[in-house]
Design a protein. Structure first.
Length: 235
């Protein structure tokens, strides 16, 4: 597959066209943003770690019946994926209270839920990704009722697979964000990334944070946390 012109540059990735209209190449950057874009920085080695970890997890999910956009890893930073139009919803699953959930409801972090929660944010930078429930999404034609139900079932399935997998590495999956995309024929697949940028990971023994919260909260040890997650996954 031949890499052609850049078609998009986001906060953490660039996307390139290829010689086949059904595929694009994503290229992961070391750039990091947080706090609604206010905080900017770089995390050395992050691009390669997020690329490799995402691809490993996408393959694991495919094996467990979750359709994804993954096609082929090209090198440390670049991967061929199916071209999708992203459903403009950030789908957030939580197993344990943290982050904006803890803040919104005035509770401490670390409360283990009896069953996972799901919420949607409308992907819109100007509006700062407002919370959106399924009725809002249907009213605004962001997705149909059937698509929302399907996305919800896939998201909970992803949670079951990933929760069990990470626990086997001594890591608690606290919460994470997913994005879904539509292929040309309307099929919905899991897209975007699954990495320490988009998941909260706590060490199962010590509750040490092994994710982007170390960057968001200026805790130090950011690169080491990403490297530690890389070692847990790839040995
Ligand atoms: N998340 C993300 N992108 C976003 C917002 C959240 O990947 O734009 C992830 C985040 O890493 C965490 C989960 O979604 O694993 C829940 O995030 P939360 O709503 O608590 O927001 P935050 O506290 O990160 O602002």
């Amino acid at each position: 597959m031949e890499k052609r012109q850049q078609i998009y540059e986001g906060k953490a990735k660039k996307v390139y066209a290829t010689d086949d209209e059904n595929f694009v190449i994503v290229s992961y950057k070391d750039d990091a943003t947080a706090l609604d874009g206010l905080k900017k920085g770089t995390i050395a080695g992050k691009g390669a770690i997020n690329n490799r970890m995402t691809n490993f997890l996408m393959r694991l999910l495919e094996k467990n019946g979750v359709p994804t956009h993954f096609v082929e890893e090209l090198n440390d930073r670049e991967t061929v994926v199916k071209k999708v139009s992203i459903v403009p919803l950030e789908v957030i699953i939580r197993n344990v209270s943290a982050g904006s959930f803890a803040k919104r409801f005035g509770v401490e972090e670390g409360i283990v839920f009896d069953s996972p929660t799901i919420e949607f944010s409308y992907k819109n930078d100007e509006l700062h990704d407002p919370l959106m429930n399924s009725y809002h999404a249907i009213a605004l034609k962001v997705a149909t009722r059937e698509e929302i139900e399907y996305i919800k079932s896939l998201a909970f399935k992803v949670n079951e697979v990933l929760k069990e997998y990470f626990l086997s590495l001594g890591v608690k999956l606290i919460d994470f964000k997913l994005e879904f995309g539509k292929l040309a024929d309307g099929t919905i697949v899991l897209a975007d990334e699954i990495s320490p940028d988009t998941c909260r990971f706590w060490d199962a023994e010590t509750n040490e944070k092994l994710d982007k919260d170390r960057f968001r909260r200026d805790m130090g040890g950011v690169e080491d946390a990403y490297k530690e997650m890389m070692h847990r996954v790839f040995g």
